[in-house]
Design a protein around this ligand. Structure first.
Ligand code: 6PG
Length: 262
């Protein structure tokens, strides 16, 4: 299904709108856990900031479960993959703990509200278990999605990913590693960016999410904007087009990404 984008002034406005949607859906679930599928990276940061502001205002986010979409992995001494140390700045699990949960927890404490504490990440030694775990919990309530700038990766799904891909180990292509290098100043050379990851598959996203919100913000997302708004269905050379095949999709774009004059 071809998506009609909603264009908002900037990434902060997108953050506010998405946080409102999340709070609305959380209210509808009452006391049940709310599974939020999350990217690390730059795009969703204003959403996480807006959620922390809500927690500071006394909003109870303790039912929030952060379900990370991917992470970098390395082999251990026996050759089995494990996610990289969460203390490393590029760890997605570390990002979830430091940049999503900790600010919400601090804000919750300041307003005397209970804080969320659950972060899920795929076990690279048994990637397929992640889909089973998500499914057993009733699926992702809302999956936040972003697109790679130059190759359209979504989570770590690379160009050429088959439509039926579930959670899997992936060799990261140069374009994905270059895109992600931009996020971490200590990556001064491409060789420093890990070459392997574990990621939810495009089918994990489409099959296991009740709702998805794809965010495109900044000039560097113009190609993604063009590709996603012109797609009718999944195109494997731009995996972020999976959003066209998801249930209840919303495409939120800022003026810079849509090339609309301010
Ligand atoms: O960061 C992640 O968890 C994902 O691997 C990745 O798919 C990311 O969402 C895109 O690379 C966009 O990144 P930016 O939001 O930083 O542009």
């Amino acid at each position: 299904m071809r998506l009609t984008p909603q264009i908002l002034p900037d990434r902060e406005a997108i953050g506010e709108v998405v946080a409102e949607i999340i709070l609305d859906r959380m209210s509808a679930k009452g006391d049940k856990p709310f599974l939020l599928g999350c990217p690390s990276g730059r795009t969703a940061v204003p959403v996480y900031d807006a959620l922390a502001r809500e927690a500071a205002r006394g909003r109870d986010l303790s039912n929030l479960v952060i379900v990370m979409m991917d992470d970098y992995v390395v082999p251990d001494e026996t050759g089995r993959y494990r996610v990289v140390d969460p203390d490393s700045s590029y760890s997605c699990l570390g990002f979830a703990l430091r940049d999503i949960l900790a600010p919400i927890a601090a804000a919750s404490e300041s307003s005397d509200t209970a804080a969320p504490s659950q972060v899920w990440t795929a076990d690279p030694a048994a990637p397929e278990d992640y889909d089973a775990r998500i499914s057993a919990a009733g699926g992702i309530d809302l999956f936040l999605l972003a697109s790679g700038d130059s190759d359209g990766h979504v989570a770590f799904n690379q160009p050429g990913t088959p439509r039926d891909a579930k959670t899997h180990i992936v060799t990261l292509g140069e374009a994905t590693r270059r895109d992600n290098m931009a996020t971490f100043p200590e990556f001064t050379h491409l060789d420093m960016v890990p070459g392997t990851g574990v990621t939810v598959g495009v089918d994990t996203i489409a099959w296991l999410s009740a709702e998805v919100v794809m965010i495109l913000s900044g000039e560097h997302k113009r190609e993604a904007f063009a590709r996603i708004t012109s797609a009718e269905a999944y195109e494997d050379d731009w995996p972020a087009t999976i959003v066209t095949e998801c249930r209840n999709p919303l495409l939120l774009v800022d003026r810079a990404a849509a090339a609309v004059p301010v």
